[in-house]
Design a protein around this ligand. Structure first.
Ligand SMILES: Cc1cc2nc3c(=O)[nH]c(=O)nc-3n(C[C@H](O)[C@H](O)[C@H](O)COP(=O)(O)OP(=O)(O)OC[C@H]3O[C@@H](n4cnc5c(N)ncnc54)[C@H](O)[C@@H]3O)c2cc1C
Length: 512
């Protein structure tokens, strides 16, 4: 492992130019979401030569629009699929304890016991939470990492979620699950760790005409194209998979979240988890997030037709989320309280009819008549397992010479045992910086060349100028949007975005 983890414009230019020399690589991965980044890491750490290409930016697609939860697999248990549920809990444990402990925290989820919640529904939640504890134990994740579920009294419930309705509140049920500081930051960390193991990570490079052994790559910035040959070609383009391989049929489903100032929910420390009226086992969540926000999600709507680059929430989804959460609040929230919103498309496998909420989240690996190996479906939580599965298949199908999968014990950039870690004591730096960069946080400040590196990028935004610079010098950001919308999530709130734009432009200009 000799390569540096730093991704930037000059490395991209160098590695892209080197691809024109006609050498054959072991694996080309198309798509720089969590699935593609995970595959690049798995393959590179087994000793394969890997090129990952992403048409836009890392985490441009669905991977930045998730609920940012690292699930324990309860929903699979509810549908009787114990095997997948267990696997999800195992992957959660691996990410939280070994691969990326700095990126995931234990998030309390509070189901308030309000009068309209029936005895049957209370019993179901209690049973579900107990089953979740069982899964956690089965997966070997200690209670020190994810505390046990329990019943709490009304006073404690109000302390955790201060705006919860007090009238008739009979306490609450509390359980813990994994919460990412940010999904796009997980993708960046995985991609940089892949680069650390020698993978070439090339953003703003679009793939077309993919076959068993070749792909046309087009530099989106210059329009120049080159054909690259490979021993295996993997399509990890999520909801766009059918554009790369026309034998694939997906049934995208849209999920929407609304963004609020945390103050609108009384600065909660737990995710307020509200049963959807008339549904047996579905909830909306108001989750505390970085930068002083709460994200309220989520919907599950059929989204047929052409796939947009960036999906948008519909008015009916916004109304549904507000109406549902308001059933559990003392003072109703309205449209004026919403400071941002986002929607993403789940890359679900087309199983025909039925509600999208009931379609399996299981992934599938297929080889099309063109010889492209595609991975479809799946969840962010299981990216490591999916990557292992895909690389195993590619190795077998193409007779590649590769080592065994190493990712179970492989620390991502920012994890304390990754060689780039420099943090001695977490008290040395602001907690928000450590939450985003883990043990790499001191590098962010120490390597900054800008003026006033520890100043905020704009008043009231808890992101330092050094972080913007690091996005450009180390995290592959090539544009203002990459910095505001994916390396940080400032762009989710329009007012914050316009205040931080100048600092982002300044860091890009300084690097060029
Ligand atoms: C609303 C919502 C909430 C979710 N919440 C959770 C959650 O809490 N926990 C969880 O585990 N999972 C969750 N999921 C599921 C999870 O987000 C997805 O399964 C996962 O992000 C899919 O990642 P991907 O890499 O397969 O796809 P994507 O992230 O979409 O990546 C595909 C990439 O391919 C690129 N691309 C497309 N065509 C080309 C081309 N021709 N050349 C080069 N690049 C190309 C795109 O630009 C894109 O960046 C959620 C999904 C949604 C929609």
């Amino acid at each position: 492992m000799s390569s540096t983890t730093a991704l930037n414009a000059s490395r991209r230019a160098r590695e892209l130019a080197a691809l024109t020399d006609g050498t054959t690589v072991d694996l080309i991965v198309i798509g720089g979401g969590i699935t593609g980044a995970g595959i690049a890491l798995d393959a590179a750490s087994r000793g394969l030569s890997v090129v990952l290409v992403e048409k836009h930016d890392l985490a441009f697609g669905t991977s930045r629009w998730s609920s940012k939860l690292v699930h324990g697999g309860l929903r699979y248990l509810a549908t009787g699929n114990v095997g997948i549920a267990r696997r999800s809990a195992v992957e959660r444990g691996i990410l939280m304890t070994r691969n990326g402990p700095h990126l995931v925290r234990a998030m309390p989820q509070l189901v308030p016991l309000l009068p309209e919640m029936t005895a049957a529904s209370r019993a179901l939640v209690r049973f579900g939470f107990a089953a979740g504890d069982g899964l956690r134990k089965l997966a070997g994740t200690p209670a020190a990492t994810l505390p046990r579920s329990r019943r709490i009294d009304a006073q404690r419930a109000v302390a955790l979620a201060p705006t919860v309705r007090r009238d008739g509140l009979d306490g609450g049920l509390l359980a813990y699950d994994g919460q990412l500081v940010d999904d796009a930051r997980l993708v960046t960390a995985v991609a940089r760790t892949a680069a650390q193991h020698g993978a070439r990570i090339l953003t703003r490079v679009a793939a077309s005409d993919a076959t068993r052994t070749s792909v046309t790559l087009t530099d989106v910035q210059t329009g120049e194209s080159t054909d690259v040959t490979a021993r295996a070609v993997v399509n990890a383009t999520g909801v766009w998979a059918g554009e790369v391989d026309d034998s694939i049929r997906l049934r995208p489903s849209r999920g929407t979240h609304l963004v609020f100032d945390a103050a609108a929910f009384g600065n909660p420390t737990a995710a307020l988890t509200v049963p959807i009226p008339g549904e047996i086992n579905r909830f909306v969540f108001a989750m505390p997030e970085q930068l002083g926000r709460v994200y309220l999600g989520l919907t599950d709507e059929d989204a047929p037709g052409p796939i947009p680059d960036v999906p948008h929430p519909t008015p009916s989804e916004v109304a549904f989320l507000l109406d549902t959460v308001n059933t559990a609040l003392d003072t109703a929230l309205g449209h004026d309280d919403i400071v941002g919103a986002y929607a993403g498309l789940r890359p679900l496998i087309d199983t025909g009819s039925g509600r999208t909420a009931d379609v399996s989240r299981e992934h599938a690996v297929t080889e099309s008549p063109s010889g492209v190996i595609s991975v479809i479906g799946g969840k962010l939580t299981e990216y490591r397992y999916m990557a292992e599965d895909v690389v195993d298949r590619a190795v077998t199908l193409r007779g590649l010479t590769a080592g065994v999968c190493r990712t179970r014990n492989l620390p991502l950039v920012g994890a304390p045992s990754n060689p780039v870690a420099t943090l001695r004591s977490p008290a040395e730096l602001p907690s928000s910086l450590v939450a985003r960069y883990g043990a790499e946080a001191p590098n962010v400040i120490a390597q900054a060349g800008c003026e006033r590196p520890t100043d905020a990028v704009a008043d009231g935004i808890d992101v330092t100028r050094a972080e913007f610079e690091y996005a450009v010098t180390h995290e592959g950001a090539l544009t203002v949007e990459d910095i505001l919308d994916r390396r940080t999530r400032i762009g989710l709130v329009a007012g914050d975005r316009s205040r931080a734009e100048a600092a982002a432009a300044e860091m890009l200009a300084a690097a060029n």
